[in-house]
Design a protein around this ligand. Structure first.
Ligand code: GLV
Length: 351
């Protein structure tokens, strides 16, 4: 009895890691998956208290935050209520839900999911593209509705091989998409914040110019103030009537209203979309289009990648609570691949 009381007390003394919203797909592995004997989680979403009150009540014990896609943003206001926080770790690659500048100002370290999901996301991007070009989902629907027997052949799709692919954001994921599409004999060019010195693919400084010289745009960049609505009517018109857009980045990188208009008016040929501006809401017009393939923000990972995610997230938290550097594996990738998120991570963890 005394032992269990001691154990309970020890747990109460553990530093707390705040979670604002359940981690996506946590049901695949169970809540205990990220457990450790170095910290305990504090789940704000289980409390009946209003968030601000909850945070103020627990603020002295909250030393870190675990965030994820779709979780409430980690804003300057939230951080202001949590002066003891020294680390924000995310299960996502994207860090758009975290106020990075405020973290830097407060000396808070930030760690994302690094390259763990790059292969999964890249596979999915290629899958979406093949689906749009070769009408896989659309012809599946045709067969299921019994239309093959009554209406005859379904229109043929377009060949992937030989297509000119424009990668927007040549980070880890962009590279993985490019490598896969090279194997399909596509030609690759890219737009990024800066030309990559060791990359031989043609670089376009303007995304509009890239679009004008490509058949397909694959959006792989981060959502930032600079990339918000970067893909607009002008870019889509430059892509042209035969052009296809694939988005596995973030919905708001595309001006969704203008993209829908372009699709309705046949100003581009099709789209493969895993992300949307106001998830889980998807513009209704898209539902009726068989040149558009839709998925519910699932490109990101597979159950197989969860194990690596656990090692990285728990490893980063344990390292932080043991006053050790965040996982070195992570930094190595950062420097080698110069993905923009990683560069930020290096910046934030080395200041
Ligand atoms: O979209 C998913 C992620 O950023 O991990």
């Amino acid at each position: 009895m005394a032992e269990s009381t001691d154990c309970h007390k020890a747990q109460q003394d553990f530093p707390k890691v705040l979670i604002l919203k359940p981690i996506p797909f946590i049901n695949l592995v169970g809540e205990q998956y990220f457990a450790s004997n170095k910290f305990t989680f504090l789940e704000a979403y289980d409390s009946s208290l209003p968030l601000h009150q909850f945070l103020s009540t627990h603020s002295p014990s909250i030393k870190a935050i675990l965030s994820s896609v779709g979780a409430p943003p980690i804003t300057a206001d939230i951080l202001h209520l949590l002066p003891e926080v020294g680390l924000v770790v995310t299960t996502s690659v994207g860090l758009n839900q975290v106020d990075l500048l405020e973290c830097r100002r407060r000396g808070i370290k930030v760690a994302n999911a690094g390259s763990i999901f790059s292969d999964d996301v890249a596979d999915f991007a290629v899958g979406l593209l093949i689906d749009v070009l070769r009408k896989v989902s659309a012809s599946d629907g045709y067969v299921r509705k019994g239309l093959w027997a009554t209406k005859g052949d379904y229109p043929l799709g377009s060949k992937l091989g030989g297509k000119r692919i424009g990668i927007v954001g040549l980070g880890n994921i962009g590279f993985a998409v490019a490598k896969r599409l090279e194997a399909f004999r596509c030609s690759i060019s890219y737009n990024s914040r800066k030309r990559k010195p060791h990359v031989s693919y043609p670089f376009y400084e303007s995304v509009c110019e890239l679009a004008a010289n490509c058949d397909v745009l694959v959006i792989c960049c981060e959502l930032t103030d600079q990339t918000h609505h970067m893909i607009n009517k002008e870019v889509l018109s430059a892509l042209g009537k035969e052009g296809v857009i694939v988005n596995i980045g973030r919905g708001a990188i595309i001006n969704e209203k203008e993209m829908v208009q372009c699709l309705v008016q046949g100003e581009i040929a099709g789209a493969g979309l895993d992300v949307f501006e106001n998830e889980p809401d998807v513009p209704l017009e898209l539902f009726a289009m068989d040149n558009v393939v839709l998925s519910p923000h699932v490109a990101v990972f597979t159950p197989e990648s969860f194990l690596d995610l656990r090692d990285l997230v728990v490893g980063n938290l344990e390292a932080f609570f043991s006053n050790k550097p965040l996982l070195s594996k992570f930094r190595g990738l950062v420097i080698g691949l110069s993905n923009s998120s990683y560069c930020r991570l290096v910046f934030l963890t080395f200041f």
